[in-house]
Design a protein around this ligand. Sequence first.
Ligand code: WTA
Length: 659
Amino acid sequence: MTAENSAANPALSNLLHEERHFDPPASLAANANVTADAYQQASDDRLAFWEEQARRLSWSQPWDTVLEWDAPFAKWFNGGKLNVAYNCVDRHVEAGHGDQVAIHWEGEPGDTRTITYSDLLAEVSKAANALTELGVETGDRVMIYMPMIPEAAIAMLACARLGAPHSVVFGGFSADSLRNRIDDASAKVMITSDGGYRRGAPSALKPAVDEALEGTGVEKVLVVRRTGQDVPWTEGRDVWWHDVVDSQPAEHTPEFFDAEHPLFILYTSGTTAKPKGILHTTGGYLTQASYTHHAVFDLKPDTDVYWCTADIGWVTGHSYIVYGPLSNRSTQVMYEGTPDTPHKGRFWELIEKYKVSILYTAPTAIRSFMKWGDDLPAKFDLSTLRVLGSVGEPINPEAWMWYREHIGGGNCPVVDTWWQTETGAIMISPLPGVTSTKPGSAQVALPGIAADIVDDQGKPVPDGGGGYLVLTEPWPAMLRGIWGDPERYQDTYWSRFADEGYYFAGDGAKKDNDGDLWLLGRVDDVMNVSGHRISTTEVESALVSHPKVAEAAVVGATDPTTGQGIVAFVILRGADEGGDGEALVKELRNHVAKEIGPIAKPRQILLVPELPKTRSGKIMRRLLRDVAENRSMGDVTTLADPTVMNLISSGITSGKSED
Ligand code: WTA
């Protein structure tokens, strides 16, 4: 590898030197939920393997076929019927576990709620009755825009119980983003709250909902009172949760739905400005969410306390707070706020308080904790921990080692789990009782999953080689399509390696000399900022929607904490050139926050006179990344005008803006 390459890709250079590995602790291996046999069993008969996992769930009617594959359209467990909420709640109560705590909820200000499986059953039943009263029928779409409060999970389960697909929108998205998703999903009902607590203060949600709803087909808005702040109210449309849910009967008889009945739509960024509504269905999704949670985290329902720190607005919250853990009868912690409120040791304090044994978090959080200092976790008793998980972006070996040593006390397996909104559940990960883990590597496809790394021509690369990550066989939790856009589904995921029939994940990856997989980040125009997917095009179109902007190009530049940071290069409209740069940059950053949400605010906006383009007019983001990362410029010979990069470097009129 050349020096230029390794500088551009720190993960690659680390990989070359990474020789450490850690065997599973003997006691964990001896009692592991899943052992090495699973790989053999799955490779002998993949479909029989998944059938066995599907039997972990309760079905009212067995399936006729395991898989019907009319590429790229899959039906798993077709003919089978089940109810997701019944599987996550009722059956545990029926089995005598009603008094087991399902959720230890901790509000950011320190208020708490303890919710047993019996409580959860009553709450979900009431919410299902209330939604029915509000007109929700099987197949209707329900939007959920909420903070991390128990009602968010209850609302999802109530929708699942009714067969009404939910679409959860992360509370950090703007009114405009919310409206686009409501429209795309043609949602009928919205569930939200007045607000939630964030960084020590109430943060409103309802005003964004009101703005988003104008002109949409949403008929009813169900509002949880969380903060007590004043909210705008539309009589006849808006109803309080405590008025219409609390008074409902606590019994509700679930209906059983086809395995392929839609369970949820979750929007995620693609390479165009329009987010994609990723569609997941019932039987295959729950099978894989449940099995992977059992296998990857080694969850023991009677003794473990599990905590996934994701937000319910992302797929990790769907699969590893709600559906996977609850289907496995987990006792889990759910936390409303940020890790630094009221102090930077909050996570460790909660682990000590609830005796958490399994922690699942993101590399960006781990890197922040490293920055905050080793002494913070050292003040708390973290000895209950036994498995640590990571998700959302490549974890650098330094962060992996820090996590293992300072959080795991040097004796917890770290499982780096690779998957996507589209895959629905974990695909590539070590198994904590089997795999000898390597810092920074997701390592191997789970039993029953087929992944490979291929070159441009779709040929598998040999050990030691790099290329594109592909999934070579359908899997139970795979997306069933993009809501309302089958063509885009085909184009985005199945056209790159159409001859081979592979799913193209959009990630670059490498095989080491043992054949273990190392993820290297996106190879398309999608950025990964703190584990959140944001498309360059989406931010560009937000910028050019500002009247003063003529053109914009956005790149993800390496960032020591957030993985990537958003850097925008903006050409102003003629008349506005040369104004107050700082004020304008601030205005543009706020404009992006308003259009998409605060998570998409560029870290840096550079006002430039030109953009580097090929002769065909395509912006050369690679060169802009060089500028953004303060590297010497790569090859400029394919530029239509090779002098333009000098112009950009010398003509930058505004720099970084922090917050
Ligand atoms: C990235 C999150 C490296 C990857 C579950 C993927 C990862 C995108 C890992 C999906 C990991 C996720 N190592 N990269 N362990 N996990 N990614 O849809 O680029 O929000 O394509 O799903 O995150 O992000 P999404």
